[in-house]
Design a protein around this ligand. Structure first.
Ligand SMILES: [Zn+2]
Length: 178
């Protein structure tokens, strides 16, 4: 009985690790040129494309340690990003298609950011409040506002969609390994 349990545990772990490794290995990192390109808007009638991009991004998002993910980071050239809401009960990310900045407000605040596509951390100044418009999978437009950490992530992901990496704000410092 003990042996069976051990075997099951082993297989379960192997399966989890392989999915995690597959997700992580599909993250594009510098110097991949897709990270430096302007992402393209999705047309109103691209439901199937939106569905496929979202499915791919959600799969990867589940397996990586991130609060946000932009489509170019997974090799897609379209204007899409995912954001995990700060709400502790939120397990699923929100998806924003064709996001556009409406306004930034408040006094700029500096904080360290990390990115799956670039090594280390960078001190980046961001506005504490942001309002954007975006579309859902069906192409319906909506407006969203965020503050604090979420506002920072949205600005980071909007940068990705313009081909801007956090390293353009300053030099990366190595992560503390302790
Ligand atoms: Zn990033």
């Amino acid at each position: 009985m003990f042996f069976i349990q051990q075997t099951k545990a082993y297989f379960l772990r192997g399966w989890t690790i392989s999915r995690w490794a597959r997700a992580l290995s599909s993250i594009r990192t510098v110097p991949d040129p897709i990270l430096l390109k302007d992402a393209a808007p999705l047309s109103k009638h691209s439901y199937l494309r939106r569905f496929l991009i979202e499915k791919h991004m959600r799969f990867i998002f589940r397996h990586v340690p991130a609060a946000g993910l932009a489509a170019p980071q997974v090799g897609s050239k379209y204007r899409v990003f995912l954001l995990l809401p700060e709400d502790e009960n939120a397990k699923k990310p929100l998806v924003f298609y064709n996001p556009d900045l409406i306004s930034l407000s408040g006094k700029m605040e500096e904080d360290y950011e990390k990115c799956l596509s670039t090594p280390g951390s960078v001190l980046v100044p961001r506005s504490p409040k942001i309002t954007i418009t975006a579309e859902n999978r069906r192409g319906h437009k909506f407006q969203a506002s965020a503050e604090g950490f979420s506002a920072r992530i949205i600005q980071h992901e909007l940068d990705h969609l313009r081909g801007i990496l956090m390293t353009q704000y300053g030099a990366a410092v190595e992560d503390d390994m302790s």
